[in-house]
Design a protein around this ligand. Structure first.
Ligand code: BG6
Length: 481
């Protein structure tokens, strides 16, 4: 109706996970090691030190390549979704979700990235998974690259810095399109493509010489690869929809001091750049000039810019967890966010990890993104990491319900004000291993998993209070929050 805010009738309420944080079974049925399998848990480090948690040593890489030391590497065990997905999907279906965002572990299909032929056991796993989703009318939303590229490609080529990785990724993606063309309609190319700047190893396998030039070269390769596979997907799967995926790091000026406002503008322009390229099909002039001023030269092949220009995305997806503040005052108090460090906002509460909870920031992000791109939007990650306590088999996670409710209210307001929003997949349906800190105790799910940070536990699944609440939200299409 014109006056009462309502979600569209076909709104895709859903949830999201990533292969490397959920599946486990890291060396089963022919899977090769991925970059995620080399990420070691560091329980002694502050949970606010994301760079420390994501740092990789030669020993970590050697351990993963040799299959040694299982215990310290939580992403290798995940929550055993690989063996338990049928039971988990039944729970998701009970909640009523209409879409599930998952990723395909490249290393299940091509264990080293350049194998002569794909691994049939890996291909079959995802065929079975998508078929099972379809059984429940759950629409798969599939990310091709979510922090899990083959570790061998990282070692051999310094990851995406080398052009050969483009070919390997395009080949992998085409194998997926051919095999899953009747099962999957919605695709995302690179999860949080901007994150290459903040954690180049987990995003792009870059280990050596992390010069800015290497990173932008690798990013360019991802832009080109993304456009190539968007082209191939459209060609192979008629009616398919391909999206880009941005970490939406909305930043406010700390004060109205023009210096703060300018610094904030620069932050936000930098954040938009990645989606600009994938939506508009070219490098924005201010970014080009900035790279030039910094002496960064990107090597391009003759057709790159034409391919990028021609094969832009159909929709814009993004993650949103928190907002940031910026200031030119050197002594401004700082706080961490999603793999970033920003200035503290005195008006906002923060989670135990320092992430500032800001539902209005989600509305602002939706309005800005829609105004800028005028393409359908899809929120593909949003949620709150928290420690949950089990009391008599129950988890009273009122704080999580409050977080979601306040964000849904702002989503609804944005839709009412004209934003075209396709759907919403919360992070992460069920508790999984944290990307940033490798903790199990940083929980995001509606479903609790009995496992601690060291991997002890029965892996039993328990419905939290938020499970019943989200079920009601979906059943009423957001009318009853
Ligand atoms: C996003 C990632 O940046 O944030 C997810 O795409 C990740 O993989 C999520 O899990 C939450 O971050 P974290 O570090 O709390 O797991």
């Amino acid at each position: 109706s014109t006056h009462n805010p309502v979600f569209p009738g076909n709104f895709l309420w859903g949830a999201a996970i990533a292969a490397n944080q959920a599946e486990g079974a890291w060396n089963v049925d022919g899977k090769g090691p991925s970059v995620a399998d080399a990420v070691q848990a560091k329980p002694k480090l502050s949970v606010k030190d994301y760079a420390g948690h994501m740092a990789i040593s030669d020993q970590n890489v050697a351990d993963a390549l040799n299959g040694l030391k299982d215990i310290d590497y939580p992403k290798r065990r995940g929550i055993d979704f690989y063996h338990r997905y049928k039971g988990d999907l039944a729970l998701f279906a009970e909640m009523g979700i209409k879409a599930l965002r998952v990723s395909i572990a490249w290393t299940r299909i091509f264990p080293t990235g350049e194998d002569a032929s794909p691994n049939e056991a890996g291909l079959k796993f995802y065929a079975d998974l998508f078929t099972e989703m379809r059984k429940y009318n759950i629409e798969p939303l599939v990310t091709l690259s979510h922090y899990e590229m083959p570790l061998v490609l990282s070692e051999k080529y310094n990851g995406w810095v080398h052009r050969n990785v483009v070919d390997a990724f395009v080949r992998f993606s085409n194998v997926c399109f051919d095999r899953y063309k009747d099962l999957v309609r919605y695709w995302l190319t690179f999860n949080e493509i901007d994150s290459i700047i903040r954690h180049p190893f987990t995003t792009a396998g870059i280990r050596e010489e992390k010069s800015a030039e290497d990173i932008y070269q690798a990013l360019h390769h991802q832009f080109v690869a993304s456009a190539m596979v968007t082209r191939d997907c459209h060609q192979k799967i008629p009616g398919s929809q391909v999206g880009c995926m941005l970490t939406k790091l909305t930043t406010y000026p700390r004060t109205c001091h023009p210096g703060d406002v300018e610094a904030t503008l620069k932050k936000n322009l930098e954040n938009y750049f990645y989606a600009d390229v994938q939506v508009k099909g070219y490098y924005p002039p201010l970014i080009k000039r900035d790279l030039e001023l910094r002496g960064i030269n990107i090597e391009m092949q003759p057709n790159d810019l034409a391919i990028m220009r021609q094969h832009t995305v159909d929709f814009v997806s993004f993650s949103y967890y928190m907002s940031m503040t910026e200031s030119v005052q050197p002594d401004a108090e700082r706080t961490p966010g999603n793999t970033v460090l920003g200035v503290k906002n005195p008006y906002l509460p923060a989670s135990e990890w320092g992430w500032q909870v800001d539902p209005v920031g989600l509305k602002i992000s939706l309005l800005e993104l829609y105004d800028r791109y005028q393409k359908p939007l899809f929120i593909v990650e949003n949620g709150m990491g928290a420690k949950d306590v089990v009391v008599d088999g129950k988890i009273h996670d009122e704080y999580r319900i409050d977080y979601f409710r306040s964000h849904f209210e702002q989503m609804l307001a944005a839709v009412h004000e004209g934003v075209d929003l396709l759907g919403y997949t919360s992070w992460g349906t069920i508790d999984i291993i944290s990307a940033g800190t490798s903790q199990m105790s940083k929980r995001y799910g509606f479903i609790y998993v009995d496992q601690d940070d060291e991997g002890n536990g029965t892996l039993e699944r328990l419905r939290k209070d938020s499970f019943y609440w989200y079920k009601k939200v979906i059943a009423t299409n957001g009318a009853d929050l």
